[in-house]
Design a protein around this ligand. Structure first.
Ligand code: FAD
Length: 278
């Protein structure tokens, strides 16, 4: 974790049947929001092992910025350190968080925002809608374990939200099919539609969706951002990373460049991951 900021839990409430909303107050000034709706922080949750990205903390989206800190919403998926921390969170609990980073970045010439993801993506999607103006248009697909997880997503923008059931470590993911369905029934995923597409979900599924957007829909690299938010089999992901050679690790680091679109980096990272056996 880079810069760390001490924080205290000040409130906890249910955000849905399987999600808890946690409000954090920062002890000191110095943490500032990027202003982007999918910004996320590393939260120290008491994890004993690194995740494959090398963090002993877990990633959570800043679902709302408050006067003295921010809120996050955690999916209580099981007994991972993050979910366990969130389940036990109570006012007064202490943690440490990082500066925020973000991926969502529609280019100036982009039109409709197509946002899709599972419960872990819902905080970012809800924030994007909440902060959008009336001149923006959204088409949203949220994959939930059950329609009980659907909720109102207030927005001033023009928005259509579809809730689909699947994925989330509970059932087979239907997100890729839902995006194919969107492509079949609208022109939103045509290369010249200039939509901006943002997808966040399980890592293996995110890579399949990336291939769909790149190979079948031929979207411009600048007009989509696909993010793997979690690993269905974290142990396997860890084993692949631990077995990587020094050369592979160095190659991975060199491919991730800040001077080109993230999805251009992914063009070269995907074949490397496949060579690594992931
Ligand atoms: C940029 C970014 C933003 C994120 N924002 C959020 C957010 O706002 N809210 C949120 O809840 N999550 C969010 N996530 C996802 C969250 O970081 C992961 O789900 C994380 O793995 C949870 O940590 P853990 O310690 O509970 O489980 P881990 O120890 O990381 O994983 C252990 C096992 O738990 C299972 N598992 C992990 N995550 C999930 C899941 N989401 N669904 C089903 N099974 C799972 C898998 O079987 C995995 O092998 C975000 C991730 C990223 C990269």
């Amino acid at each position: 974790m880079e810069t760390v900021h001490a924080a205290t839990v000040t409130a906890v409430e249910q955000a849905g049947p399987r999600m808890v909303r946690i409000r954090l107050r920062l002890d000191e000034p110095g943490w500032s929001s990027t202003g982007r709706p999918d910004e996320f922080v590393h939260v120290e949750v008491g994890a004993l092992t690194d995740d494959p990205d090398g963090h002993r903390s877990r990633h959570y989206t800043v679902s709302a910025v408050t006067a003295d800190g921010f809120e996050l919403e955690a999916f209580l998926h099981g007994d991972g350190p993050g979910a366990t921390w969130a389940r036990a969170a109570a006012p007064g609990a202490r943690t440490r968080i990082s500066d925020p980073k973000a991926y969502y970045g529609p280019p100036a010439d982009s039109g409709v925002r197509v946002m899709a993801g599972d419960l872990t993506a819902l905080p970012a999607i809800a924030r994007a809608l909440a902060e959008a103006g009336p001149d923006e248009e959204f088409r949203v697909i949220v994959e939930v374990p059950s329609l009980d997880d659907a909720r109102d997503l207030p927005t001033a923008a023009v928005a259509q939200v579809d809730w689909v059931v699947g994925g989330n470590g509970i059932g087979a993911s239907v997100l890729k099919d839902a995006l194919s369905g969107l492509a079949a029934t609208t022109d939103l995923l045509e290369p010249d539609a200039r939509s901006y597409v943002w997808v966040a979900c399980e890592s293996v599924h995110s890579r399949r969706i990336r291939q769909l957007l790149r190979r079948e829909f031929a979207l411009p690299l600048t007009h989509y951002r696909i993010v793997g938010y979690w690993h269905a089999d974290l142990d396997r992901a860890m084993r692949v990373w631990e077995a990587a050679t020094e050369e592979q690790r160095a190659e991975y680091a060199s491919l991730w460049r800040e001077d080109r679109p993230d999805e251009e980096n992914w063009l070269e990272i995907e074949p490397l991951l496949q060579r690594m056996g992931y």
